[in-house]
Structures are given as structure tokens and as C-alpha cells.
Ligand binder design. Structure first.
Ligand code: ZN
Length: 298
């Protein structure tokens, strides 16, 4: 079985991320994460391939008293980690789309053509824009030209400087209508706006989703298994389980999927997914969405 984790973060403490960013907002010990740590995590969770992301949120990172706000993991750092683990790590493009459109579009080309990056990541709530803001359209057009999907953070976060009005999944509807060929990945299934996220994913044929970050430190902290069960059940009712991909947000959550299936059997006597659908979630869908199939045949 091919397994893919489509949501992994990189970053070295101090060099890329101030330590307060982790412990003041999320409550956990700051840990540097490079390619070695990602590979160790993937091995421990029995996952073969990881999509790894950096990012640049320097413009909007805020702290009332601290000056160290250098939240920036360059794409070149991501590329270097991928080059050290060919076939196991693939890059996710990180940009601040409101800074310099021309420079960003050139950076997207460079990441794809020189470093084989597989997807663009957007962070509307961190960068303070709605994903259907027309200023973003050049990036969606560039994704189509480069034949890559866009993965968009939708939903809540503890990060204090984020804007909640930019977290709603329904703001993706125009993308689905005006860019019907664009593959859009609704990250975190828009938690806690899960029903809204399911609605847009079910409506648009090229929309996908992942439930990363539904763990102790992030979304759904008190009942990740129950919330995962209820979300997957609803996605199943909409015929959308084939649009779900596994993503971890660097937390070991693979067991959650097995326990959610068990909960389904216990509560209504029916499996949540059969073996084939489980394989799709754990890797086969991601292989298609990120265009990894041609690599695997080589
Ligand atoms: Zn994340």
C-alpha cells in the first residue's frame, strides 16, 4: 500500500521560527524540524511519502512585546530537504501572495521546474485575505499552467494575528465556478466549519480535502476520533470519501482513522470504509492529485 502524508511542516527554531511562536500560542516545546526529523516521523508512523512545506508569514506575524517575528522557512530550505530524500519528500511552495505578484509567480515556476515541487500552499487567514479575492487569480492561473493543485488553509488556528473572517470554506465557491479545472485542497476540512467545507468539497468536482491538525494541540482537541468519525461519515454520505487525503500536521494521527472506523462499527454496525477506500485515503488519491504516479512507474 502506498502511503502519503500531504501536510508536514518544516522549520528550524530561531533560524526560521522564533521559539515563542510555538510555546506561547500552541503550548508545546519548540522543536526544529528538517528533513531528517520528517523522515524519522514518517518511518515511525509507517508513511512512505511526505509533502513538506515552509512558508513566509513575516508580514503579519505579531507579538505585543517581542521583536523576533521572523516566521520564514524559504523554499530553498524545503528544496534542500527534498533533494536529500528523493522519492520520499516533495516540496510545497510557500509564498506571501500579497507582496510581489511578479516575483511570486517566478518563484512558483522556479520551485516546480527546478525543484519539482508539487503544490502551492496558501494561508488566507495568516496573510489576511479571502481566498476568492481577485488579487489571487494570477496564482490560480499559474497553478493551472504549471499543472499543480493549490492547498488552502481553511479553518481555525490558535495563532493570534490571524483573521477569522478569512477562515470560511464557503469563500472557495467562486474558485470552483471560475476555475473548474483547478485542483483545490481544503486543508483541515475547514474545522470548525466542517459542514461548510463538506458542502464545497461535495459541490466542486476538483475539490479535495484533508483532516490534518485534528489533534491534541490543534483543532478538535478534546474528541479527535469522534469528530473524525462524524466528518468522514458525512463525507461518505455525500459520496466524497474518494476526495479525502491523509495529512498529519506533524502529529501522529494515523490511528485516528482506524479508531473512527471502529466507532462506526460500534455505533451503527457498519464499516466507515472498506480496504480499498482506506487505501485511497492513505495514499492513492494523493498519488493522483500530486502527480506522483509517473514517478512511481519509473
Ligand atoms: Zn499545517
Amino acid at each position: 500500500m502506498v502511503t502519503v502524508d500531504c501536510h508536514l511542516h518544516l522549520g528550524l527554531i530561531d533560524e526560521h521560527t522564533p521559539s515563542w511562536w510555538w510555546w506561547e500560542q500552541f503550548g508545546f516545546e519548540p522543536v526544529s524540524v528538517g528533513g531528517d526529523e520528517i523522515i524519522q516521523f514518517l518511518d515511525e508512523t509507517d508513511i512512505e511519502i511526505g509533502l513538506i512545506q515552509g512558508g513566509d508569514i513575516r508580514r503579519t506575524t505579531y507579538h505585543p512585546t517581542r521583536d523576533d517575528r521572523n516566521m520564514y522557512v524559504p523554499n530553498d530550505f524545503t528544496a534542500l530537504q527534498c533533494s536529500r530524500y528523493p522519492g520520499r519528500l516533495y516540496g510545497v511552495i510557500g509564498i506571501d501572495p500579497l507582496v510581489d505578484v511578479h516575483e511570486n509567480l517566478t518563484e512558483m515556476e522556479r520551485c516546480v521546474e527546478e525543484h519539482d515541487f508539487r503544490v502551492l500552499k496558501l494561508l488566507p487567514t495568516y496573510h489576511h485575505y479571502r481566498p476568492d479575492d481577485r488579487r489571487l487569480d494570477p496564482y490560480y492561473e499559474k497553478c493551472l499552467a504549471l499543472d499543480i493543485p493549490v492547498q488552502i488553509h481553511l479553518g481555525w488556528t490558535r495563532t493570534i494575528a490571524t483573521t477569522m473572517e478569512h477562515q470560511r470554506p464557503m469563500h472557495l465557491d467562486r474558485l470552483g465556478r471560475e476555475f473548474p479545472d483547478l485542483k483545490v485542497i481544503v486543508a483541515h476540512l475547514g474545522h470548525p466549519w466542517v459542514d461548510e467545507a463538506i458542502a464545497v468539497v461535495a459541490k466542486h468536482p476538483n475539490f479535495y480535502t484533508e483532516l490534518s491538525g485534528w489533534g491534541p494541540y490543534g483543532m478538535a482537541p478534546h474528541d479527535p476520533v469522534g469528530e473524525t468519525y462524524r466528518a468522514l461519515k458525512k463525507l461518505k454520505n455525500y459520496g466524497c470519501l474518494g476526495k479525502v487525503m491523509f495529512g498529519s500536521d506533524n502529529t501522529d494521527c494515523r490511528e485516528t482513522y482506524r479508531l473512527a472506523d471502529q466507532m462506526s462499527r460500534d455505533l451503527d454496525g457498519q464499516e466507515l470504509y472498506n480496504e480499498e477506500v482506506y487505501k485511497d485515503i492513505m495514499g492513492n488519491t494523493a498519488i493522483k492529485v500530486f502527480g506522483l504516479d509517473s514517478i512511481r512507474e519509473n
